[in-house]
Design a protein around this ligand. Structure first.
Ligand SMILES: [Zn+2]
Length: 168
């Protein structure tokens, strides 16, 4: 067998105005993801639109050298409202990168028909029939947080929100 072609992993983000921010060029996929995730955690003050990790095969001319490994889009977080909710468009999952929030949506690991969503702050977890339903559940949670006032978001308030969700 021939030698494997050297390849590099290139994470980048695109700003709303179309500008691209290159984050470097790495020999391992793992490092590329680490660098990208670290950047996204601090992206709160920027207006970002999308991010990607691209594999480039070295010493190959043209577009065939390029493979898009992952693309993510940035939206306003349904729970905290910050523009830090990153959606993986290829295999659907989403996460708010503000660590104080960390709202998420993911396919259920056992049953792919089920879409889980959650908000770790109050151990909120809900199973949904569709992505839309999961997004909606997070929006409802965000609305309730706004009405309660985040500073008063203590255990009691959290429990009442959880109970209301179960009643739905
Ligand atoms: Zn959030």
């Amino acid at each position: 067998m021939g030698e494997s072609i050297p390849r590099v992993f290139v994470p980048s983000v695109t700003e709303e105005n179309g500008g691209t921010i290159a984050l470097g060029c790495f020999s391992s996929e793992e490092t590329a993801w680490q660098v990208l995730r670290a950047f996204l955690k601090k992206s709160e003050q920027m207006l970002l639109e999308s991010s990607s990790v691209v594999i480039w095969d070295v010493d190959i001319v043209g577009e065939e050298a390029m493979t898009v490994l992952s693309t993510m889009e940035c939206k306003d977080c349904p729970v905290c409202g910050r523009r830090t909710f990153w959606i993986d468009v290829d295999n659907f999952s989403a996460l708010c990168y503000v660590s104080a929030c960390s709202a998420w949506i993911e396919e259920n690991t056992v049953d792919p028909e089920i879409i889980d969503c959650g908000w770790p702050t109050i151990r909120f977890l809900k199973q949904n029939k569709s992505i839309d339903e999961a997004v909606e559940a997070l929006f409802r949670l965000g609305d309730r947080l706004k009405s309660v006032g985040e500073e008063r978001m203590d255990e009691t308030a959290a429990e009442s929100i959880l109970e209301e969700e179960l009643d739905d």
